[in-house]
Design a protein around this ligand. Structure first.
Ligand SMILES: O=P(O)(O)OC[C@H]1O[C@@H](O)[C@H](O)[C@@H](O)[C@@H]1O
Length: 327
């Protein structure tokens, strides 16, 4: 069993549990003892970051939003894009990594929900468990509550990155419909040399034109793109290929795939993205999105005491088909 190490509390790290919080909870919602290979470091949000470096991978996760900021499998390259201009402050969404959107997507089915993409990504989460296996596999468990919905993230990181995002209602709550997305910013060699596979035949809500169309073949974005595809691919598999590497996105419990790039004009209007930064990422989001212009409702119906899990597994291999070397 790896030696455990408590996170180092700093004066700027707030407790999420009030004045009676124990020492484990002083560091921005860290309840779990931290094993060797995982540490807590301060971040601009005040909640701090979990940093893991093991034989299997390197990973950074911001506790505000339980947002993975970086994932590098052993022998591989960075999977994610994080804006060099990302704002790291309390209550601010971080541009890049894997923002968790819940319990609604964008401005919701009625177009009136705020904040955009729901409060989960700007809420403080609590690290409930953190372990490292003998082979360096990192396992984290985090929880929070956002707009009355209980959220849990279970993460397993080694050669592949696996995330389970669970939304649940406490007993006695009113049944309700919710939405969710893993809004992943994949690092790419260039948007215009990227191809998204596995979407052929999907009904598409094109948010830029307002049209509902059908996807024919693979998606090859050239600039701004903002589309909800009513499929997660055949048997839940979508692919992203940028010419240098292929990323596999296997999902379960995700009815939709959102593809988003702000394009050059969109990036110029975003204070937290460099003007030329848009070209270096493509968001491919595994999601459950409620009714939009196409009349299709893929929101999740939650009963009191019930839950739903969105699961994704990301794996990368270079253009020759080789995955990163095994840990
Ligand atoms: O700027 P935000 O709130 O992170 O959202 C970014 C984009 O997220 C995408 O998922 C949406 O489809 C876009 O419409 C939106 O612009």
């Amino acid at each position: 069993m790896a030696q455990t190490q408590r996170p180092t509390a700093t004066p700027s790290a707030p407790s999420t549990r009030g004045p009676s919080a124990g020492p484990e909870e002083q560091a921005g919602g860290v309840r779990a003892p931290l094993p060797s290979g995982i540490e807590w470091v301060p971040s601009g949000s005040g909640a701090g970051e979990i940093v893991a470096r093991t034989a299997a991978c390197a990973l950074r996760l911001e506790l505000q939003g339980a947002q993975v900021l970086s994932f590098v499998p052993a022998g591989g390259s960075e999977l994610l894009w994080l804006s060099p201009d990302a704002v790291r402050a309390p209550g601010q969404a971080v541009r890049g990594g894997i923002p968790l959107c819940a319990p609604w997507f964008a401005d919701g089915p009625d177009g009136e929900h705020s904040p955009s993409h729901g409060p989960a990504r700007t809420t403080a989460w609590t690290l409930e468990s953190a372990t490292v296996d003998q082979d360096g596999t990192v396992r984290l468990g985090l929880t929070t509550t956002a707009d009355g919905v209980d959220l849990r993230l279970d993460l397993t990181a080694a050669q592949r990155l696996h995330l389970d995002l669970t939304l649940g209602l406490p007993p006695g709550a009113e049944p309700r419909r919710v939405e969710a997305a893993l809004h992943t910013y994949f690092a790419v060699a260039g948007v215009d040399c990227s191809t998204v596979t596995g979407l052929d035949g999907a009904t598409v809500v094109d948010k830029l034109t307002g049209q509902v169309i059908e996807q024919a073949g693979d998606l090859r974005p050239t600039g701004a793109v903002d589309r909800i595809h009513r499929t997660a691919g055949p048997e839940g598999t979508v692919g992203l290929d940028d010419g240098d590497r292929s990323i596999g996105i296997e999902s379960q419990g995700c009815a939709d795939t959102v593809v988003w790039s702000p394009g050059p004009e969109g990036a110029r209007s975003m204070a937290d993205t460099p003007d030329d930064g848009w070209h270096r990422f493509l968001c491919v989001e595994s999601a459950c999105v409620g009714e939009r212009a196409d009349g299709i409702d893929h929101s999740i119906h939650l009963e009191p005491g019930g839950s739903h899990t969105l699961s994704v597994t990301y794996s990368a291999s270079d253009a020759g088909g080789a995955a990163g070397s095994a840990p």
